[in-house]
Design a protein around this ligand. Structure first.
Ligand SMILES: CC(C)(COP(=O)(O)OP(=O)(O)OC[C@H]1O[C@@H](n2cnc3c(N)ncnc32)[C@H](O)[C@@H]1OP(=O)(O)O)[C@@H](O)C(=O)NCCC(=O)NCCS
Length: 157
């Protein structure tokens, strides 16, 4: 298991974000990330990164937290393929939970592809429950599962 350092991401981290995205299907285009991080006054998204304490792969993964009133929206969660299944996604979700509570949010919601059984397993373990299915939500026609949890997130035993 990895115990990464958690920190907010800035425009300086864009190359590392793009490196992670390059290996992962359905990641956001560079233009969206640049817009978010190069002009953060224009939006309410928070980028949270998990960093290795060694230098070989500084950024291991990241999460993006948005908001709709008092509800946090987990907009993205990606972990470098070489560092998956080592607890990094879990650490990022716990950091998102802390950050959302600090921002006075009470719940966290997310949408996940129905086929993304790995992510659904992670979210279920972190106290998310499935609320509804949005038929054909994604551009390729795939259904989205909407999941939510009250804050703070907790690891189920
Ligand atoms: C989903 C993702 C973020 C998980 O990150 P991670 O760092 O590998 O997650 P963790 O190591 O913290 O996993 C914790 C637990 O979640 C479950 N889990 C995570 N990934 C899983 C997978 N691929 N298959 C089955 N269970 C999985 C397991 O219970 C795991 O515990 P275990 O490894 O002891 O069995 C990562 O696989 C990823 O970046 N995927 C591509 C992007 C993506 O799909 N993001 C989610 C979009 S909604």
């Amino acid at each position: 298991m990895y115990l990464p350092e958690i920190n907010f991401l800035t425009a300086n981290d864009i190359p590392d974000i793009l490196r992670i995205n390059a290996a992962i299907e359905y990641s956001w285009p560079e233009s969206v990330i640049r817009e978010d991080l190069e002009d953060s006054s224009q939006n309410e998204t928070t980028y949270i990164g998990a960093f290795a304490t060694t230098t070989e792969a500084p950024l291991l993964g990241y999460a993006v937290l948005g908001r709709e009133k008092r509800t946090g929206v987990l907009m993205a969660l990606l972990v470098d393929k070489n560092f998956q299944r080592q607890g990094v996604g879990t650490q990022l979700l716990l950091a998102v939970s802390d950050c959302a509570m600090y921002l006075h949010m009470r719940r966290l919601v997310l949408r996940v592809r129905k086929s993304n059984t790995g992510a659904i397993a992670l979210y279920s373990r972190m106290s998310f429950r499935s609320d509804e299915v949005r038929r054909g939500y994604y551009s390729n026609g795939e259904d989205a599962i909407v999941m939510s949890s009250m804050l703070p997130l907790r690891l189920r035993p």
